[in-house]
Design a protein around this ligand. Structure first.
Ligand SMILES: CC(C)(COP(=O)(O)OP(=O)(O)OC[C@H]1O[C@@H](n2cnc3c(N)ncnc32)[C@H](O)[C@@H]1OP(=O)(O)O)[C@@H](O)C(=O)NCCC(=O)NCCS
Length: 183
């Protein structure tokens, strides 16, 4: 029996300004317009992603995947929210998603961030070390399936100490008035 040889022609690099439109198209294809209504999206509204934690996968000059991280407040602490993570639907299953995440996690650790939260499927994100966060300690400012709240501590005890209301970390750009309760 021959092991399947995976040709890895893609590379991971930091996101650049010129990637913006390809990333927007990827996220539109991966999540659709319904993403704007999600609580996790609204925590990002008007807030810039952490620039040095944005990574893309590029193959022969074409963008195959993207991951971004946003700062969020949990109580008085500022931690990271992972997402969106998206891989071109024709390129899935090649390890691009996990490698993007690992690049972001390593950069977050190196940058002194203490914890990462996300809302997503535990069986997938467990591959990058995420585990379910016990419900109740943290409260989102909108509907979230609490069984999908996952966390990764980058420093000892960083998740255990997180508690309180989850809010936008700051406001970089003006947002519409009906978003105000999140701020
Ligand atoms: C989720 C996503 C980013 C994975 O990207 P990818 O490059 O295919 O991921 P990888 O190659 O690193 O891993 C693929 C493996 O994860 C598994 N997997 C993918 N999504 C999964 C999920 N939601 N739950 C459990 N396992 C999952 C695949 O079955 C595959 O398993 P295998 O290695 O045993 O064959 C991609 O499917 C995607 O863009 N989906 C649409 C957007 C989305 O849902 N993003 C995540 C929410 S933020």
């Amino acid at each position: 029996m021959h092991a399947r040889a995976e040709i890895r022609d893609w590379e991971i690099r930091q996101e650049r300004a010129e990637d913006e439109s390809a990333i927007a198209a990827l996220n539109e294809a991966g999540f659709g317009p319904g993403r704007y209504a999600k609580t996790a999206y609204r925590l990002r509204e008007g807030v810039h992603a952490v620039a040095e934690l944005g990574f893309v996968a590029i193959e022969n000059g074409t963008l195959r995947g993207s991951v971004r991280f946003w700062p969020i407040k949990v109580g008085d602490d500022t931690v990271l929210l992972l997402g969106p993570l998206a891989v071109d639907s024709a390129q899935r299953g090649r390890g691009i998603g996990i490698t993007l995440m690992q690049a972001g996690i390593a950069a977050a650790r190196a940058g002194g961030w203490r914890a990462i939260l996300l809302v997503g499927d535990e069986p997938y994100y467990a591959r990058a070390g995420f585990a379910k966060v016990p419900p109740g300690r943290m409260q989102f400012p909108g509907p979230v399936d609490s069984s999908r709240l996952l966390g990764l501590a980058l420093a000892d005890g960083a998740l255990e100490n997180l508690a309180g209301l989850i809010r936008r970390a700051r406001i970089d750009d003006a947002v519409c008035a009906d978003s105000a309760p999140l701020g």
